[in-house]
Design a protein around this ligand. Structure first.
Ligand SMILES: Cc1cc2nc3c(=O)[nH]c(=O)nc-3n(C[C@H](O)[C@H](O)[C@H](O)COP(=O)(O)OP(=O)(O)OC[C@H]3O[C@@H](n4cnc5c(N)ncnc54)[C@H](O)[C@@H]3O)c2cc1C
Length: 644
């Protein structure tokens, strides 16, 4: 293909071999430790205070390292993790319904459509049980059963009930736990908290990550912050699509700046489209709202059997309804994984059977559950979600079915990391949604919180010290070091450039147009022609951006247009790489569905012979270079996924 070149393969040299259930234990034992007396002399920067960054900063500080923590919100506890609703998976088997570490491992590898690493996923399943203990000890108010045990519910892609939850506010409660642990360390002086600071560049000295350049979002001051290692926990990049369920501030800048400095970006095209979001209602919208997957425990998804049937849903008799998930996938029914549920919704809408004013919607109906369990029980489980739905749509979901449609929700791609969570830049570690992680081509619901907290509380605190212990002496550097100066000057020049264009279009208008291109051609279904068109359109729009964008105000204080402009500029570059990645992957897998590659009944058709690898992209400033990391499956053998 003319858009990239292929380089040497890349290997995960840190991954241990041997029986899979012993690998993490062995890696931990082999890791070198840092003497407690030396830890306080070492400084670690952590960018991000969501579940991944908050838990990592608190744990590293608890171990004795000096931690400097950054986020762009006004408080660490406003990180986007707070929005997570439905729950967190763990192989506790409290239900005694056949769950185990091995089953969680198996479900997650299969759910990711065989595009993740077995070693990583097994570690994730092992650590899942520790996460619940840790959070309970912190006082996270998980829902409980009558007898006092923690309650669980079902999520897609699994036939056991392993999702722990706190009503529809699981992320918020977990984040309050991590935040308290972080605050304790801030109080003790072990963590220096820098809220309202945005990382705009990575500092690399002698090939190692040694710091970041940040802008104080209140005063506009640009400073360099130096350390012995840097951790990025800066979240996902779903907002490249403009409309998504992510918080408006979520962006790719921290990861993208690191990518430009040498960190490979893996599987950028793997995007999760969540099946149960409130449908788009018009051009005015700047954000979409998720209705948690947990609702599929009790809600039944259906559309009318006849095209264009726009009767009131309550007037449509049972035999004229198509409960299409239950019909097509009888064994998993409404609890098929997200990629499958999303595509099925798109298919019935494409057939002309969609509901609501735009025809891009399907029903999620609780009438049966309310009749069976009573309204009180449904209120107790999902009350806040029902209330949110009613406030947004003006319709009461206790009385009429919800209308839902898929929307961009999560990004499985991210910076490439090895088993130790280290990127291709020594000393730069990446955790949480920002790395390409453990989910392969599709994330099962309730696995992001598990991965973020596994990385932050348990994995990184074992692997980062090994780097520090082995790295040898860290030469003293200060703000006058030529690499540090160059990084700061690059940030200043870029800001000046954005402010000086003084054109005639707002940042938002560019972002919205970019999002439309991405949704149309790199969204739920992709094709070669569409992706090539998207790349051309992105290039034209990016050029216009640098000639016509208007950023009012100056850089001397709070300027949200300036913040957005920098983020959108990075989204343009990422968007092109996403399309190239999607184009080169001539197969369908998980959240990546290529129209040319499907089975006769419309399911994703993988090509394991040619594409069983993670695609790690190197930035060159010109054509990106592809490095393939082969994936080996010794325990869960790739098969055509079937949820029927
Ligand atoms: C609506 C919604 C509901 C969800 N529900 C669930 C669920 O029920 N279960 C589940 O498992 N997952 C869920 N997810 C996914 C999950 O919430 C996220 O994947 C996860 O919380 C990400 O955590 P994180 O710590 O990696 O990043 P985030 O929580 O996004 O935190 C990112 C942090 O990085 C900081 N940051 C970013 N860039 C910069 C920069 N340049 N400079 C300084 N700081 C920066 C931010 O300030 C923030 O502190 C949901 C997602 C959404 C959108």
């Amino acid at each position: 293909m003319d858009l990239y070149t292929e380089g040497d393969p890349i290997a995960d040299t840190k991954a241990p071999d041997g029986p899979i259930e012993t690998r993490w234990e062995r890696r931990r034992f082999e890791a070198k430790l840092v003497n407690p007396a030396n830890r306080r002399k070492l400084t670690v920067i952590v960018v991000g205070t969501g579940l991944a960054g908050g838990s990592a900063a608190a744990t590293l500080a608890e171990q004795g390292y000096h931690v400097r923590s950054y986020c762009y919100q006004d408080s660490p506890r406003r990180a986007h993790s707070i929005a997570a609703q439905g729950g967190i998976n763990a192989a506790k088997n409290y239900r005694n319904d056949g769950d185990s570490v091995h089953r969680l491992f198996y479900d997650t590898v299969k759910g990711g459509d065989f595009r993740s690493r077995e070693s990583n996923v097994h570690r994730l399943a092992e650590v899942s049980v520790n996460i619940i203990d840790q959070c309970v000890a912190q006082g996270v108010p998980f829902a409980r059963e009558y007898g006092g045990l923690l309650d669980t519910r079902s999520f897609g892609g699994a036939q056991v009930q392993r999702t722990f939850y706190a009503r529809g506010q699981t992320g918020q409660q977990l984040l309050l736990g991590a935040y308290q642990a972080l605050e304790r360390q801030i109080g003790l002086g072990n963590v220096e908290m820098n809220a309202r600071h945005e990382m705009l560049e990575l500092v690399v000295v002698d090939g190692r990550a040694r710091g970041i350049v940040v802008r104080d979002l209140v005063t506009g001051e640009i400073t360099t912050e130096l350390a012995d290692a840097v951790v990025l926990a800066s979240g996902g990049y779903g907002n490249v699509f403009y409309l998504s369920t992510n918080a408006k501030g979520c962006n790719v800048t921290a990861s993208w700046r690191a990518h430009r400095k040498g960190a490979y970006f893996a599987n950028p095209c793997y995007t999760q489209i969540h099946p149960t979001c409130i449908p788009v209602s018009g051009d005015h919208q700047s954000k979409l709202t998720l209705m948690s997957e947990s609702l599929r425990n009790d809600g039944r998804v259906w559309v009318p059997k006849a095209k264009g049937d726009n009767r009131n849903p309550r007037d449509i008799p049972e035999d004229e309804r198509d409960y299409y998930l239950e019909r097509i996938y009888p064994s998993f029914g409404n609890l098929v994984p997200r990629d499958i549920a999303s595509r099925a919704a798109k298919n019935v809408c494409d057939e002309g059977r969609g509901v609501g004013p735009t025809g891009l919607g399907v029903y999620l109906d609780f009438a049966d559950a309310i009749e069976r369990l009573g309204r009180k029980a449904i209120e107790a489980k999902y009350g806040n979600l029902f209330e949110m739905y009613e406030r947004i749509t003006g319709e009461d979901p206790y009385e009429v079915p919800m209308r839902i449609y898929p929307a961009v929700h999560y990004t499985m791609g991210g910076l490439w990391v090895d088993y130790d969570l280290q990127s291709t830049i020594p000393g730069l570690f990446v955790i949480g949604e920002a790395n390409f992680s453990d989910h392969g081509a599709n994330r099962l619901g309730a696995s992001a919180l598990m991965q973020g907290l596994a990385d932050g509380y348990f994995v990184l605190p074992n692997t980062l010290p090994n780097y520090l212990a082995n790295a040898g002496s860290f030469g003293k550097i200060d703000a006058s070091h030529p690499e540090v100066v160059a990084a700061r000057v690059a940030v200043e020049e870029r800001i000046q450039k954005l402010l000086s264009i003084n054109g005639d279009r707002t940042v938002d208008s560019f972002h919205r147009e970019l999002g439309q291109i991405m949704w149309e051609h790199c969204g739920m279904e992709r094709s070669e022609a569409g992706l090539r068109k998207a790349i051309d359109e992105i290039r034209v729009l990016r050029e216009q951006f640098w000639q016509r964008v208007r950023v009012p105000g100056d850089g001397e204080g709070l300027n949200q247009s300036l913040e957005k402009a920098g983020r959108v500029a990075d989204f343009f570059e990422l968007a092109e790489l996403m399309c190239i990645d999607a184009l080169h992957r001539e197969e369908s897998c998980g959240g990546h569905f290529r129209a040319e590659h499907q089975t006769p009944d419309g399911e994703a058709q993988r090509d394991d012979d040619r594409f069983a690898y993670a695609a790690a992209w190197e930035y060159t400033g010109d054509q990106p270079v592809l490095h393939k990391e082969d994936l080996k499956f010794e325990y869960v053998h790739p098969t055509q996924r079937s949820y029927k």
